[in-house]
Ligand binder design. Structure first.
Ligand code: TRP
Length: 325
């Protein structure tokens, strides 16, 4: 007997990086054991910023390949693309009728977007949390694994659900956030979290050579100008990545850095070797899946079919409750 139903969504950012893996994907994979899981690539949400729409197809595919190679299992979970189950857009419209505009205008991420893209403050951007609510409740999910940045959206989702229940009677589980406990994974610039958009990431699917080259560009302790300068691992970004990939040698690496027994290049090489070693099984699986013609498309079609079976029941119930003839 499973504990409950998980839903989570992620925007189609293309090839995933180790920050995505450590922060989200690994967690998704683990939850498959104890929950009924539904994982979705939210391509409609991506349209709210209208960035690189010509890449949406490719990015979605590459991302799903990474998910599969990392251990998301279509036998255990429903894996699909948001727009393939169009009922979510129907539910978005219906839920928008019970959502006071004031709730949406005060969401911090909305205000940030207004600042970031003043030339494109579209209606869809205001409705972002409503669409997210529709994602979750269309599948009657009760548990939503997300990072801390999504908590305000989850709060709106819960408020919408409560208001719907007040108006039309109990219908959905009140979705609870399940916080990813993983610490922040810094990017190669050592300043911001790892993100494709900051170009400071280490891709899971890169070749070992590319990975090593990339890690060699990382910023380290700025006080360490010369090879003979003593280092400060506690402020070094490369050292922070050793936490994930060289757990056993952490103390040793720190000592060698402080005593200038190893230089930053040596330290990066150690990291690159460990990352490459950790990614061997992932890369093998990815190559194997990529060469199975049509496999990703089949997984997606099957996921959409299973998701649709749930969605159509919910939409029927919602329409009836809202009095639509
Ligand atoms: N807003 C989420 C993000 O940017 C993505 C998302 C869309 C989502 N719908 C969701 C997350 C439903 C959890 C549940 O990361």
């Amino acid at each position: 007997m499973k504990k409950g139903r998980v839903f989570s969504g992620a925007r189609p950012t293309g090839r995933q990086h180790i920050g995505n893996y450590l922060g989200a994907i690994q967690n998704y994979v683990g939850l498959q054991q104890t929950y009924e899981c539904i994982y979705c690539i939210v391509d409609v949400h991506a349209l709210t910023t209208l960035e690189e729409t010509h890449l949406l197809k490719e990015n979605t595919r590459e991302m799903m390949l990474d998910w599969l190679a990392a251990g998301l299992d279509p036998e255990k979970s429903i894996l699909f693309i948001q727009s393939h189950v169009p009922e979510v857009m129907e539910l978005h419209t219906l839920l928008s009728m019970v959502t006071p505009l004031s709730w949406l205008l005060r969401v911090a991420t909305f205000k940030e977007k207004v600042k970031a893209q003043p030339h494109n403050v579209n209606y869809g951007l205001v409705g972002y949390p409503v669409l997210m609510t529709a994602d979750i409740v269309l599948y009657k999910a009760d548990t939503v694994p997300v990072g801390e940045d999504q908590l305000p959206h989850l709060e709106v989702a819960r408020e919408i659900v409560r208001r719907f229940h007040y108006l039309f009677g109990p219908t959905f589980p009140e979705p609870k956030a399940k916080l990813t406990t993983f610490p922040l994974v810094l990017g190669l610039d050592g300043e911001r979290k790892m993100s494709k958009s900051y170009d400071n990431d280490i891709e899971l699917a890169a070749s070992p050579e590319e990975t090593t080259q990339r890690i060699m560009t990382a910023f380290t302790d700025p006080a360490r100008q010369y090879r003979s300068d003593p280092g400060h691992p506690e402020v070094c970004n490369v050292y922070s990545l050793h936490h994930f990939y060289n757990r056993e040698q952490l103390v040793e690496i720190a000592e060698q850095c402080r005593g200038a027994a190893i230089g930053c290049v040596d330290c990066k090489q150690l990291l690159a070797d460990a990352v490459n070693e950790a990614l061997v099984p992932f890369r093998e699986r990815r190559a194997e899946i990529a060469q199975r013609t049509g496999h990703v498309d089949e997984v997606l079609a099957d996921g959409a079919r299973r998701a649709h079976a749930i969605a159509k029941e919910t939409i029927k119930e919602v329409k009836e409750k809202m009095g639509l003839p």
